[in-house]
Design a protein. Sequence first.
Lengths: 263, 327
Amino acid sequence: MEKIVVCIKGVPRPGTVKVDPVTHTLRREGAELMLNPHDRPALEMAMRLKNRYGVPVVVLSMGPPNVVPLLKEAYALGADEMILLSDRAFAGADTLATSRVLAKALERLSPFSLVLMGLKSIDGETAQVPPETAALLGIPSVINVREIAFEEDKVLLIRGTDYGEEELEVSPPLIVSVTTKMDYLRPPSFKRILESRELSPKVFTASDLGLSEEHLGLKGSPTQVAGLFERVREAKGEIWEGDPEELAGRLIELLKERGFIKS
Amino acid sequence: MGDYMLAYGEYYQGRLHPASLEILSPLREIANQLGKKLALLVLAPTYEEVQNNTELLKAICDEVLVVAHESLGEFKDDLYERVVVEVVKGLRPFGVFFPATLQGLALAPRVAGKLGVGLCAHVNALEIEDGELYMLRPTYGENIMAKLYSTTLPVMATLALGAFSIKEGERAPIFKLWEMSSDFSWESKLKIRQFTPAKKEINRLSVAKVVLAGGLGLKKKENFEKLIRLAQLLEGEVGATRPLCHAGWVEEERMIGVSGISVRPKLYIGFGISGAIQHTVGMENSEFIIAVNTDKEAPLVKLAHLSLIADAEKVIDALLKKLETRP
């Protein structure tokens, strides 16, 4: 098997995000970034495969320079190489414009057998980037995977579906999004944290990847925000205040009246 | 472009996923407003079994387009993508919509990527304004809805689960077998070796008549367990906000809101839920909403028909005491 690439995303720490008043996209530059929590299981899966099959792991992120500490977090967990895709032209990208950049970068990193991503990010919550990137590359994708093994030239996977679980056999290369549930997440190695201080990721810009600006960022994104609005609601309901015991009693009476509790 | 609006009919082992019927409801209205035909695309091993499917007879679409081939008995992401892309290229619909099921989430982005068009996720309302189609969904971290549009055609989106209720049509749709091109390859890089059906009963949350939901105001996991007991007494289901699911108090399948489940019960009671829009979009269509919260200014209190301003834990304890000791 060839190498594994893990794509990770820096997401604004909840509460620190600002929406750009003009473009209505999230402003990541000013926000305090943290690793998308759903990417941790993807990193864990990569480390398990690395330990079991001895394949190298490359960690990659598209984002502003303040995602570098997150790449180092992945290094501390055991990633061998760090790659940053960074360019002002990438800003404001929807899932298609993001997938274009990832697909180009993955082409550059080929040969690889497996690309791992989190199921979804906690900011966009679309879950679209892994299959979308795979389609652009013309390779298979499988979402919501909880187990991966290599068997000769095949990748074996277990995915959760709405109907149960499927055991699949896929010819690599492929892109997999990993389930958000993982029984164990390893802690970072202290030695590798120290090592990572001296390291910096390899950086690719739009022109390094041979991407033209009209397909990138906000300008290259077919989904656009027409407007944001607050759904203002007037308090229309009744308010009960007082002792919880008494309120519970009144509530039970009301639920009986309305037929939710059989009296 | 486009006399049609196309909806994806998720069909697996002889059954149509109910979410595919849900998404027809808003699309019917949009199709009527725009003067388009509404078609449901079904991929199945045989044409006959789809024609005999009773659920489809009541679907409120004009046509059911069926692609039938023996390789379409199992969901293979890459093959299904190529089938849908070929149909879209032939039919040239104005819009293509998928339910936000796991299959929809696996397939829609592949189709959009292949076609090079935009895809909006977890949309929970559609609107036409000056002939333009807008898609609405909540945004991250703020109590704000975003109104999105697509600059490319077909317009594509996944529609949130449970956000729309199923409506039945007055007459059966017309069934049409879609002929794929003769050189179409039915190969897939995926092979399904084994399928294990889900052991536990399918989550009844989205169709429950009574929903009790918990938020961070419950303060500890044990209180969520009390909520489960209370739900059993009221013959209801429990739901939760995102932070509780992430904290592992309850499985993520019980998350109500964006990217979770939408509920529309006859009775919804939110315990210790402040009411961030990420949650409220998934429950605001409930018939009777009760909030139990210490904060009178909480958004859920503003939305509720009745609010009990009190500590959620104490109210749950009192309710359990009174209901469990009833004869």
